[in-house]
Design a protein around this ligand. Structure first.
Ligand SMILES: Cc1cc2nc3c(=O)[nH]c(=O)nc-3n(C[C@H](O)[C@H](O)[C@H](O)COP(=O)(O)OP(=O)(O)OC[C@H]3O[C@@H](n4cnc5c(N)ncnc54)[C@H](O)[C@@H]3O)c2cc1C
Length: 161
């Protein structure tokens, strides 16, 4: 892990170590994770994933932590936190392209404002777009699978229509 931390430090990507996960979950529970990174761009997120995979350490992505129950033992590995990052959005004629870290509630409200239908169900779900896709978040008889056109996995951006 120390080697991974050194590589992340060299890359200039913001990070913390021994990070209490209760500060990053809605239910305010969870012990520490060894390393948490806060990529500011797709390139930085990709670089983190490359470093983690090369080192062979366990890693995971979290959004707003609104659907996570974390053990007091924490997580022994690295966490990429996307909430507050990768949070761009662009409205086009054929749909919306949203970053995985974008707030689902904000996306739902903005989609309505721009005249797009389909995301009304999401206006009360307090997660990120990426978390919603991972969980197939849903409510009121609809869910993300009914609106998602394309998820670009290598570049964590999502196209919703
Ligand atoms: C008050 C309240 C109301 C809620 N109402 C609803 C509801 O009506 N319907 C509903 O479906 N859910 C609901 N939820 C649950 C939760 O908000 C959703 O599941 C939400 O989509 C989770 O998003 P998140 O960003 O918080 O994900 P997190 O909790 O951070 O992560 C959840 C899972 O997704 C994975 N993940 C997160 N982001 C990514 C990513 N970018 N790429 C890959 N994997 C990722 C994580 O590893 C984890 O396994 C509610 C929660 C609360 C607290």
């Amino acid at each position: 892990m120390q080697k991974v931390i050194s590589l992340i430090e060299k890359s200039g990507i913001p990070f913390t170590t021994n990070t209490p996960l209760h500060s990053y979950t809605t239910w305010k529970i969870g012990g520490p994770c060894d390393l948490m990174v806060f990529p500011r761009s797709v390139e930085e997120a990709s670089e983190c994933i490359r470093i983690f995979n090369t080192a062979g350490i366990p890693w995971m992505i979290i959004g707003k932590g609104s659907n996570m129950l974390v053990s007091d033992d924490g997580f022994h590995g690295a966490i990429l936190r996307l909430s507050g990052a990768l949070d761009t959005v662009s409205f086009r004629d054929d749909g919306v392209i949203a970053g995985a870290g974008f707030s689902l509630i904000t996306l739902s409200l903005q989609a309505a404002k721009y005249g797009f239908t389909g995301l009304e169900f999401a206006s009360g779900i307090p997660g990120t777009v990426g978390g919603a896709v991972c969980m197939n978040a849903g409510a009121h008889g609809s869910d993300i699978s009914k609106t998602l056109s394309l998820a670009l996995v290598r570049h964590p951006y999502l196209l919703l229509r």
